[in-house]
Design a protein around this ligand. Sequence first.
Ligand SMILES: *Cc1c(COP(=O)(O)O)cnc(C)c1O
Length: 362
Amino acid sequence: MKNRIVNFSAGPATLPLCVLLQAQQDIINFRNSGMGIMEISHRSQEFMSLCDEIRQNMRQLLAIPKNYTILFLQGGASSQFFMVPMNLLKKGEKATYLNTGVWSGKAIQEARLFGDISIGFSSEKENFSRVPQQEELSIEGKAKYLYYTSNNTIFGTQYHYTPQVEVPLVCDMSSDIFSRPVDIEKYGIIFAGAQKNMGTAGVTIVIIREDLLEEAPKDLPTMLQYRVHAEKDSLFNTPPTFSIYIMGEVLQWIKNQGGITAIEQKNRNKAALLYQTIDASNGYYCGHAQKDSRSLMNVSFTLPSPVLEQAFLQQAQAAGLSGLKGHRLLGGCRASIYNAFPKEGVQKLVEFMQQFQQENPA
Ligand SMILES: *Cc1c(COP(=O)(O)O)cnc(C)c1O
């Protein structure tokens, strides 16, 4: 499609064109029901089977075992920052958090309202340029869980291993879920907002080990109990039907791409192109993340000066490369290259970067 540009937005982010084209039809007539996807009841057979299909596809793609429940919730990933400790911690109980950026910082702030939180690692003094190595983790002995953010969307860092600990892991995978295989059994809870790697804003998925559903104090507000949503198959109240539908289409697209290992390989190839360009630029482009913490999803980098950065962003925009401005907290540039981001887009950026460097020496 000629008028679509290369969109590096960090979220909501670019979607596969085929998903949008299918949605265009389904908005008007979903599976020959004579009604659009946004117009059917969430309790209709059509919608309930759609939810079943999506859960099955998720189970298949990520090899989610039977003793885990998949929930479709609202309130964004940010609501999980408080729902997790509300449901898992009673007053005075402990949990350990790893502080690797803005999103884990926010999660820590919320958790402190409900429990006794220890920090098992922080890269704050290094401006969050890396995630910890296994040897650096210090877990509170009585911790009920270890919480971390697998991909730090703003700083462009990512864990390339699963922390090995005695307690269940709780992980915010908002910006790298379905981008690579996950060893689900190590986790008590995985959650993710849909708008980075799974679809559009409005739905947050929670994958929770069933025994943890019973941990919640009974006096929590009904909507904030995982147990309630699990018992009602995420239909306790009206779910965000359209966002769920789009997520389903994106998962189907991942399946058609060859599943998670195929997607992972593509993600590796895309990120390698960009990091190679950064590394070959003799320091002109400088990646924020330390090498062994580099994210395959968000590549944050700077140029030799703010003036050059401004020119870079302007000329990139004019060349049809959009959304490259870094997050306001870090500055610089950021290329978000989630699952649905096409390799051709990365190739265009790499060529643009090389040409810009030649034309604008430091
Ligand atoms: C974007 C993001 C969030 C916040 O998601 P909302 O859905 O806006 O609440 C949380 N965690 C990570 C890792 C993110 O990338």
